[in-house]
Write a protein that binds this ligand. Sequence first.
Ligand SMILES: N[C@@H](CCC(=O)N[C@@H](CS)C(=O)NCC(=O)O)C(=O)O
Length: 213
Amino acid sequence: MLTLYDYLPSQNGYKVRLLLSQAQIPHRTRLVSIFEGAGRAPEYRAINPTGAVPAVRLDDGRVLSESNAILAYLAEGTAYLPEDRFLRAKVAQWMSFEIDYVQNTIGSLRYWALTGKLEQRPAELVAMKRAGARRALDVLDAHLAATPFLVDGAYSVADIAVFAYAHLADEAGIELSRYPALIAWVGRIRSQPRFLGQVFPYSIDPHASGELS
Ligand SMILES: N[C@@H](CCC(=O)N[C@@H](CS)C(=O)NCC(=O)O)C(=O)O
């Protein structure tokens, strides 16, 4: 059975949880206490050398990390990844966009804000991340004003990847209410079969105020 290595407040982990739920893929979960250094342990480094979650171990023992690579792999042959070559490349395009423009801005700001680290970060860096986050949401809002989902009008792993952090922009200090098309898209995603609504706050982890070494 597939094993998911996860940390519950991680929205990168959430992406994989959501697809596993929607595609009804049997799996078991192993939690990695990243703030206690479990990601740095040699046993976990053998699974993901970066020490980050999520990662998966396949039935045959092979391991895979990076949330969007995991999504692409698990979605193969399901309704969540198109067969057409160009459309698959469009899915890859939005998943790359997610890493650079969404995860790297909203993801960082939300993590810092919810674990009390925002004030400790250089103001210029925070301003740069905020500008990047707004730029990403502008791009998404303009695109989603013309289409129900990111690629070819059909719900796919591109939506799952972008949704994970984009819909939590408020928690990163970026007003989601400024982006009406994006809000409507969030509603469409929430109404997909086997949607997983639970987002775990960092406050469930007493160690989350520490820095990752
Ligand atoms: N680009 C990676 C980012 C993974 C990542 O940063 N995971 C965080 C949790 S959201 C983590 O495990 N951090 C601990 C660490 O980097 O040591 C992905 O998409 O999977």
